[in-house]
Design a protein around this ligand. Structure first.
Ligand SMILES: Nc1ncnc2c1ncn2[C@@H]1O[C@H](COP(=O)(O)OP(=O)(O)OP(=O)(O)O)[C@@H](O)[C@H]1O
Length: 778
């Protein structure tokens, strides 16, 4: 699980808004590029001022030294964290701080940017894009002006205004309009070279996206949309929007963002910080159980079985199965005295324990208590008989019984303390355990689940672990949780302490007492004062944490078990769920949202749809849709923003030249692009060999995952390509990609829709239906 630290971003966005009648000269309506540059310079000056202010405050609070009472230290740390967070936010929004200007009926002018900014005396300089007053920037059209006369896009590179683009919505103004029109800002964003990291779309959010981003928080909202329609972008901007509007609540409860795999999580990790939001927990499905990273479940049939909601009953039966009775009476020895334990005694104690309604490990305490008392009574009777009525103090007896080896063995046999990891290990490595717990599975299915003891936990085990932990309750888990929380706190204290000691060093040196303080010592002092972890940090280590809102991306892939567990993370059922049922490629993928969500929320869903593909040019989308339809996928055709410059290339090659041809296709695309990211999406067995071969030619430029500016050539399997995008994509052996996904077209459809510019298909086998009408390579 990955965490983006700090949750105290408040001030700029919450600064009061005042009418724009202030001393800072707002460029006139007819002003041009130079006027805007001057105003933007004012905004940056204010940003720098605020940054210097926070920096000074931070230095000051740190230089008070790491000495004083624990409360002083704690307060100082709290201030330091607050200033650090604010500084981090001010740094994060530096790039393209402002992007829009609205001129309204009545002469009001509003600048729209990543955060709100005011002057010292609280006059408004710029509005946060999430403020209600900024909404019309995204919503106004010529048909529905919302009082907007003109919308101006300011196109910045870093701090520099490179261009302006006007959309005049008021017909009366057209006569005086400048020559700048159209949707150049959007096109510029869409055709820009990819960097391997998703960027924000705050400057060019489209009206259909804006409606979703700003819709109310409660309830489950599903955003369905074909490839490239901006679902991920919308989901992340919605998280930022909700954090802005419900800051207090979400600050304490936290927001969880769940995505399909770690590659995808790192692809999207910079979007929220660039919007000034950092207090969010981000986790892939493999990392949702603290302390465990699930490896990939190789066999889709196993993933399908483990994903069934039935597994709730299987786990419950496995837990119940760990309570046993004995067939016949047994004798236990306590300090040389034998006591008889009958099956009835065990059954009675178990019933009493179960009646507490507590989870397994906690109810076991009651079982042990009752049994120890009963055995102690028996031992006492024997002792009383032996001493013929001379009753002595027998208070030590309970302890003797509890520590008797015989008693411990018997009680463990009848009610074994269990961790979730142990429970799953037994369940999948001991066939008789699974047979008893899962009679609803047939023999072949149980055989599929079987694995060697010690085998690593997989992503599809993660929800089972969670379910088991829920039923088993606290034992090692609570200790583990507390330990993890304390460790997180220790790490944080150490980091703070290191900074504090560094800051205090000059003063101490002046006083001749350098070396007096060390970071570990200061951190140890601070650890005593608990409660300094932010909600996000605490949530990260606590499986039972419940969030204020959960965002799920690529949600079509989730199994029923994964939904079951996620629902527990947000009892208020406040969810933003984004995905595309047509792109489902896993064995657990949902055919429809209603079917996937019905067991958890009934029909209480709001389904919104996105209809424009912003990523992929028309020519490539046509091919992808043809292939999808030829395989019976019921997709509705997407509108696209661009036609594109390149027709897709489809090349048939000899089987023994497949890898060489794939490498040559990569060469061709690298050359054609000049700069930008090229990905080869290939069948799993080809990933490593092709990567090696390309490294021979391109060295360190060849990377894994989503790529980066330095690693601009990547080779990956179809599953890992989910949610990512590249300037050019070479799809190798579509028939094999289709086979790998068990015949489900979703993953090939995903692969074909990743490019922003060019698609090149290389195949040795017969091409699957749908490719035929594409033009051949020359
Ligand atoms: N309004 C917009 N302005 C600029 N770029 C946009 C806009 N909407 C989407 N994009 C861009 O389009 C691309 C696709 O967006 P995104 O990845 O969010 O789509 P998606 O629907 O999640 O795709 P998929 O389901 O295929 O993974 C991204 O590069 C995104 O930045």
């Amino acid at each position: 699980m990955r965490i983006q630290m700090s949750d105290s971003i408040s001030s700029a966005s919450a600064e009061p808004l005042h009418p724009a009648t202030h001393d800072v000269p707002v460029p006139p309506l007819e002003g041009g590029l130079e006027d805007e540059r001057r105003y933007v310079a004012v905004l940056y000056r204010r940003l720098d001022e605020l940054r210097d202010e926070k920096h000074d405050q931070l230095t000051q609070v740190r230089s008070t030294g790491a000495v004083g009472t624990m409360q002083n230290i704690s307060e100082r740390d709290a201030f330091a964290t607050m200033y650090e967070d604010r500084l981090a936010q001010l740094n994060a929004v530096d790039d393209r701080l402002v992007f829009g200007r609205l001129d309204l009926d009545g002469g009001e002018c509003r600048y729209i940017g990543r955060i709100g900014l005011t002057t010292d005396d609280l006059q408004r300089l710029m509005i946060d894009w999430r403020a209600p007053e900024a909404g019309v920037f995204y919503q106004a059209t010529a048909f529905e002006r919302h009082g907007v006369r003109r919308r101006r896009h300011l196109m910045l590179r870093r701090r520099e205004v490179q261009g302006i683009e006007d959309e005049v919505l008021d017909v009366d103004m057209l006569a005086e309009a400048t020559e700048n029109h159209g949707d150049g800002a959007l096109l510029a964003a869409l055709t820009a070279r990819r960097t391997g990291q998703m960027g924000d779309i705050v400057a060019t959010i489209q009206a259909e996206q804006d409606r979703i981003i700003r819709s109310e928080m409660p309830g489950v909202m599903v955003v369905q949309g074909g490839p490239g329609t901006g679902k991920t972008a919308v989901a992340l901007h919605r998280a930022a929007y909700l954090l802005y509007g419900h800051r207090e609540r979400l600050k304490s409860a936290g927001v969880l963002i769940v995505g399909p795999n770690p590659t995808f999580m790192s692809y999207i990790e910079r979007v929220l910080p660039s919007l000034g939001e950092t207090g969010v927990v981000m986790s892939s499905l493999a990392d949702l159980y603290p302390g465990v990273h699930g490896v990939e479940e190789e066999d889709p049939r196993v993933a399908e079985i483990k994903g069934r909601l039935d597994m709730v009953d299987v786990v419950a039966a496995a837990v119940a199965d760990r309570q046993r009775t004995i067939d016949e009476p047994r004798h236990v020895e306590v300090e040389g005295i034998r006591a008889k334990v009958t099956p009835a005694m065990i059954r009675r104690a178990q019933e009493r324990a179960r009646a507490t309604g507590k989870p397994y490990n906690e109810a076991r305490t009651t079982f042990v208590k009752v049994m120890v008392r009963e055995i102690a009574e028996k031992v006492e009777k024997t002792l009383n008989k032996r001493s013929e009525g001379n009753e002595a103090d027998r208070s030590y007896l309970t302890e003797d019984v509890r520590s008797s080896r015989d008693v411990r063995v018997l009680l463990n046999l009848c009610w074994m303390p269990r961790t979730p990891q142990h429970l799953l290990e037994d369940l999948f490595s001991k066939p008789e355990y699974l047979r008893r717990a899962a009679p609803q599975l047939d023999e072949a299915e149980r055989e599929l689940l079987r694995r060697a003891p010690g085998a690593p936990l997989t992503t599809s085990d993660v929800p089972l672990l969670d379910e088991a932990a829920e039923l088993l309750g606290d034992l090692d888990d609570s200790a583990g949780r507390e330990e993890a929380r304390q460790q997180a706190e220790r790490d944080k204290n150490l980091e703070n302490a290191q900074k504090a000691v560094e800051n205090a060093a000059p003063q101490l040196e002046e006083k001749g007492i350098e070396g007096f303080l060390d970071a570990e010592g200061v951190a140890a002092m601070n650890t005593e004062t608990a409660g300094r972890l932010s909600a996000a940090e605490q949530a990260q280590v606590d499986r039972t944490w419940t969030y204020g809102h959960v965002v799920v991306d690529e949600a079509q892939e989730l199994s029923a078990m994964q939904w079951h567990v996620l629902m527990r993370r947000c009892p208020l059922k406040s969810f933003t769920v984004v995905g595309d049922t047509a792109q489902g490629s896993s064995a657990t993928a949902a055919a429809s949202w209603a079917q996937a969500m019905e067991p958890f929320v009934g029909d209480r869903l709001r389904v919104e749809e996105l209809t424009v593909n912003y990523r992929t040019p028309r020519r490539i989308v046509d091919l992808a849709e043809r292939v999808a339809r030829a395989h019976g996928l019921p997709i509705t055709s997407l509108r696209t923003v661009r036609d594109g410059e390149h027709d897709p290339v489809v090349e048939s090659v000899d089987a023994d030249r497949l890898q060489a041809s794939a490498a040559a296709a990569v060469d061709a695309e690298v050359e054609r692009l000049g700069e930008g990211l090229v990905a080869a999406i290939v069948p799993e067995p080809m990933v490593e060999p092709l990567r090696r071969s390309l490294r021979g030619r391109y060295g360190d430029r060849v990377g894994e995952g989503a790529g980066s500016l330095a690693q601009d050539i990547v080779v990956l399997g179809a599953d890992d390509a989910k949610g990512l995008e590249f300037d050019a994509v070479v799809v190798v052996e579509p028939a094999a990609l289709l086979r790998e996904a068990g015949g489900r077209i979703g993953s090939l459809y995903v692969a074909l829709t990743r490019p922003t510019h060019a698609l090149h298909v290389v195949a040795a086998e017969e091409l699957p239906p749908g490719f035929a009408a594409a033009p051949d390579a020359d």
